[in-house]
Write a protein that binds this ligand. Structure first.
Ligand code: GLY
Length: 378
């Protein structure tokens, strides 16, 4: 349960406003799948889109606090709708992890639901099946267009999909899933985390030989730039890999990414969408990167001691506090998003400077942690 006594006032206030707002907007969003809020209203995606888990995940975070059964029913309905897509071979990719962790794993952890466990195990099998044994990576996507060859593509985001595999090993007693997660994480330490702690978004391998071919800038500005959300995926993902394995190499990788992230934050502690932008390129913020990194920093704080722990904890709190006071859409009744100024995909010109459902999800997860909820859905 939450330990309200030690919470700073702003955490109590922010968490209470968050639970109230999610409850209120659930009346309009219902059991659908929001992604980016445009002019105040969340636009919807189909249930196979990678973001499908975040709204039900947000509902579960708030249900855990309020026990509002209407929110539980909406989250369960979202989960049931994912049943329709689990057999859609061409649409599902490695983001199966995000999708089923925040729906079925969350429900299994909170309610012990057997049907959710079965669904999440099926999803874990599909995720593990994307592993390329030669290259030691989980394949990211399927071809986005006819004829595209991307069997050799791995992306840093996948670090957040690995907890599904660790969970599957824990509940089945079968270590295959966790072995796959470990192999992928080892590959990510070697090929994604750069010496300065910044990260590559996409690394391309030869899918036949497993040899590394090249690095691709992906959602960052370019191959040598530093996409901030990618850095956040690395901080939280590596720290989760350490949580599940106790292998120090992941702890060190998480720390390296965290120090790069923190050293490159602007004054208000919320990152620009890329930390290495040439002059003249618009430096929009990405509040979602800040929210995700804050969750990683709070976990990291629990994995180390003393001053180091205090440093990560205060950095995570500082980011969440800034998101609350400088980016929160509290005074605008018309805005469905919790936090403003997220950037989804600058190079493709998609969803720039808007609330994003994953920004809202990680913001709420971070606040819930500060409010005393220690159990991870991941
Ligand atoms: N996983 C896709 C993104 O971070 O936008």
């Amino acid at each position: 349960m939450n330990g309200t006594k030690s919470q700073p006032d702003w955490v109590r206030e922010a968490w209470s406003r968050t639970t109230a707002k999610v409850t209120r907007i659930s009346g309009r969003i219902g059991d659908r799948f929001p992604h980016a809020s445009v002019q105040g209203e969340y636009k919807l995606e189909p249930p196979y889109w990678w973001t499908a888990g975040f709204w039900p995940g947000l509902l579960w975070l708030v249900y855990r606090e309020t026990k509002n059964e209407a929110l539980r029913e909406l989250a369960e309905s979202c989960e049931r709708q994912l049943d329709q897509v689990i057999t859609d071979y061409y649409k599902l990719d490695h983001d199966i992890g995000f999708m089923w962790t925040l729906t079925s794993v969350a429900r299994h952890k909170l309610l012990g639901a057997e049907d959710s466990k079965r669904r999440a195990l099926l999803a874990a099998n599909l995720l593990a099946a994307r592993f390329n044994v030669q290259g030691g990576y989980i394949r990211a996507w399927n071809p986005w267009r006819e004829g595209e060859q991307n069997a050799g593509w791995a992306i840093i985001d996948c670090m957040m999909n690995l907890p599904l595999l660790h969970w599957a090993s824990a509940v089945t007693g079968d270590p295959r899933y966790k072995h796959t997660a470990v192999r992928h994480a080892d590959m990510a330490v070697e090929h994604f985390i750069r010496p300065d702690g910044s990260v590559n978004h996409i690394v391309i391998f030869d899918p036949e030989t497993g040899e590394k071919v090249e690095v691709n800038g992906g959602q960052g500005y370019g191959p040598d730039s530093a996409w901030s959300r990618g850095t956040a995926w690395a901080i939280y993902g590596m720290s989760l890999s350490y949580h599940y394995t106790q292998d120090e190499k992941y702890l060190h990788a998480a720390k390296r990414a965290a120090h790069f992230f923190l050293a490159n934050l602007p004054e208000d502690s919320v990152p620009h969408w890329d930390f290495r932008l040439p002059e003249g390129v618009p430096a929009y913020r990405d509040s979602s990167a800040g929210a995700c990194a804050a969750c990683g920093l709070l976990l990291l704080a629990e994995q180390v001691d003393g001053r180091e722990s205090a440093l990560y904890r205060s950095a995570g709190e500082r980011i969440l506090h800034s998101l609350y006071v400088n980016y929160g859409a509290w005074d605008n009744e018309e805005e469905e998003g919790l936090i403003l100024h997220g950037t989804s995909h600058f190079p493709e010109g998609k969803n720039i400077d808007v609330p994003l459902i994953y920004g809202d999800y990680y913001f709420a997860e971070g606040l819930a942690r500060l409010a005393g909820y220690r159990e991870l859905f991941w």
